[in-house]
Design a protein around this ligand. Structure first.
Ligand code: AMP
Ligand code: MG
Length: 322
């Protein structure tokens, strides 16, 4: 019989000694959960295939789903990917922050093939959170960091969420408090042709389009299909009913604005506040053990596009993959 596995310690991300310890664990091929402004990421050395394989195994994530490499900023990005003028403008405006750029991977980039599913492109992001920045700089290289939760489940926005889902499978959890944005990054592809919105996220489409012009949809003529975008994702145990005006028997209800429920994402109708609290609210309602979570309508503007994307994936049948 195998010995019980010790849960990963939770340590304060604001302590420089803890950041040094975390960087040493990553250098040795270990797995460290780190706070970012979007959600908690599970970091591994992007150049170490064994570490990245361990990361996929810990999450139960399919290997055809490529990872985002996290960099300190453009200086680290240039070594990894072709860098068009548009990347420069976007990085200057939105980095560090919740925007991921998919770019042509440089053949000499120190990125393990398994990290980007063997594609000739690579997804890059410079996170804004001080702890993530400190860890990337202490490590002195790119870190892959998908959300620090079992694949398919609700993304973690606190250190405790990480401990609940992956505590026994990773080496260290850095606690930096609750994530301020609360939704994963917006992913856009700059691979020649029209810039394409692969995933709505924590940076609203219209802010990006002010620089890029209208973003194309994946699968449209001159664009690629986004790999690894699961239809079912971010899913609680309960089933979900969206655009509901009130709870039915056996449901718990997630309100928004004037439509109140067991919880309300933002009584004042603020979409940024709703985004920040979305995943914690789904976890809290799921923990009540109801068979179904009903959710009030969320306007599809601004961050509402990403909130509705996550809600639709949470509501999708779990065996229904693209
Ligand atoms: P996450 O699941 O939050 O780690 O985000 C990673 C997502 O970014 C994946 O599900 C992909 O859809 C997208 N992505 C990462 N790398 C690439 C790539 N090289 N090409 C297209 N999409 C990518
Ligand atoms: Mg995820």
């Amino acid at each position: 019989m195998s010995a019980p596995v010790k849960p990963a310690p939770i340590k304060p991300a604001s302590d420089p000694a803890v950041i040094e310890e975390a960087a040493a664990i990553l250098k040795a091929g270990g797995l460290v959960a780190m706070p970012t402004e979007t959600v908690y990421g599970l970091a591994a050395d992007a150049g170490n295939p064994d570490a990245v394989a361990r990361l996929y195994a810990a999450k139960g994530r399919p290997r055809f789903n490529p990872l985002i490499a996290h960099v300190a900023g453009p200086n680290m990005a240039w070594r990894l990917a072709g860098w068009p003028d548009l990347a420069d403008q976007l990085a200057e405006t939105f980095w560090p922050g919740p925007l991921t750029l998919v770019l042509p991977k440089r053949p000499d980039a120190p990125i393990a093939d398994i990290a980007n599913a063997g594609l000739d492109s690579i997804a890059l992001r410079a996170p804004r959170h001080a702890a993530a920045q400190a860890l990337i700089r202490a490590f002195d290289g790119p870190l892959v960091a998908p959300s620090a939760n079992p694949s398919g489940g609700i993304s973690p926005t606190t250190a405790q969420h990480v401990a609940d889902g992956l505590g026994e499978r990773i080496d260290l959890i850095l606690d930096g408090g609750a994530c301020p944005v609360g939704l994963e990054s917006t992913v856009i592809a700059l691979l020649g042709g029209t810039p394409t919105l692969l995933r709505p996220g924590g940076l609203a489409r219209r802010q990006i389009e002010a620089i890029t012009g209208r973003l194309a949809e994946p699968g449209s003529e001159d664009t690629l299909l986004a790999p690894g975008m699961m239809k079912s994702h971010y899913a609680p145990n309960a089933t979900m009913r969206l655009n509901a005006s009130a709870a039915e028997a056996g449901e718990v209800f997630l309100g928004f604005g004037p439509i109140n429920g067991d919880l309300n994402l933002s009584p004042g109708g603020d979409l940024a506040e709703a985004a920040t609290g979305l995943f914690a609210a789904l976890r809290a309602l799921d923990a009540r053990g109801a068979a179904r979570i009903a959710v009030a309508p969320i306007p599809d503007e601004g961050l509402g596009e990403a909130i509705n994307d996550r809600l639709q994936r949470a509501a999708a049948p779990k065996d229904d993959l693209i």
